[in-house]
Design a protein around this ligand. Structure first.
Ligand code: NAD
Length: 296
């Protein structure tokens, strides 16, 4: 079997276009220009790339893009003050502080400083609580992207066996919550799971969110299953060059799976499109408008 490739770039382009159209309506009909503020501390090269693509995409979907760069040695107080200014600014609807942060800054404090209505990354504990109790709110971008990609293959996820590898607060746990809301039967595997290959073989859908290059092997996958690869790992490509690979051994898994996301070009572009959707959603929530009918 050769798996169908789930083209995240193409699906993200469709979602971004729908967001751009909805933003135009909100701006024309309600005079609200959704705005996303991105804060970068320091000059981590990977963070620079992420931030650049987020700010470019914000402008591409007709939203206001604000960018704040703070020096790597910035004291925690100054970052918190910057966040507070953005909390108070009515023209800013979403605030994103690019992680990781330098060691003098407590990431937890920073995440909790963003008011939940502007928490477009969906990392605030209140946002997590809303999600886990099934109440309306912002849904973290990467887990939302994973669900949308899986639904492109399966339509409904109800009754499917879903295996999530990874239990982080930003990917694994919220993804498991979303899968429950979709009525999937969910197994969360992690670093202490016994016989991970056997657990994975149960999955009609396997989501890999570990951060270990090509860990998931072909014989871990039930023939015909869907594989969604969240991992982003930089590895050597020889001759001093590097390349990005996922958590899934793509070539061998694609021989067994029914559908698979590539890395790059799978979850990554969809995550950014979901960030745009969340910013639009946040702008609507902050102005008493119904949530946009996009990406459902
Ligand atoms: P994390 O380090 O916070 O969590 C990793 C999880 O994997 C942990 O819960 C741990 O229990 C589990 N794990 C570690 N070793 C394991 C093993 N040997 N077997 C089974 N489970 C194991 O990472 P994260 O923030 O959740 O990110 C995971 C990956 O997803 C990373 O590669 C990250 O770069 C990537 N990521 C991609 C996007 C995107 O937009 N595509 C967004 C967020 C994260």
């Amino acid at each position: 079997m050769t798996a169908r490739i789930i083209d995240g770039t193409d699906i993200a382009a469709g979602l971004s276009q729908a967001v751009a159209d909805a933003v135009k309506h909100v701006t024309e009909d309600h005079r609200i220009e959704p705005g996303l503020a991105v804060v970068l501390v320091g000059d981590n090269p990977a963070s620079e790339i992420y931030v650049r693509s987020k700010t470019a995409k914000t402008a591409a979907v007709n939203m206001r893009s604000l960018f704040y760069r703070l020096p790597v040695a910035v004291p925690e107080d100054e970052l918190l003050e910057q966040i507070e200014r953005l909390n108070q600014d009515a023209t800013v609807h979403g605030i994103l502080v690019q992680l990781p942060l330098p060691p003098q800054i407590d990431s937890r404090k920073v995440i909790e400083a963003i008011i939940p209505l502007k928490d477009v990354d969906g990392f605030h504990p209140l946002t997590a609580g809303l999600l886990s109790t099934g109440l309306p709110g912002i849904v973290p971008c990467t887990p939302l992207a994973c669900i949308m990609l899986a639904k492109k293959v399966h339509g409904s996820l109800a009754g499917l066996e879903a295996v999530v590898i990874g239990r982080s607060n930003i990917v694994g746990k919220p993804l498991a919550q979303l899968l429950l809301m979709e009525n999937a039967t969910v197994t969360i595997a992690h670093s202490k799971t016994r016989d991970l290959p056997e657990v994975c073989r149960r999955g009609d859908i396997v989501f890999a969110a570990v951060g270990r290059a090509e860990m998931v092997r072909g014989d871990w996958i039930k023939p015909g299953a869907t594989v969604i690869d969240v991992g982003i790992n930089r590895v050597s490509a020889g001759q001093g060059k590097t390349k990005i690979v996922g958590d899934v051994a793509y070539t061998q898994v694609a021989e067994i799976a029914g559908a698979i996301t590539p890395v790059p070009g799978g979850v990554g572009p969809m995550t950014i499109a979901c960030l745009m959707l969340n910013t639009l959603k946040a702008a609507c929530m902050q102005n008493g408008l119904p949530p946009p009918n996009v990406g459902a």
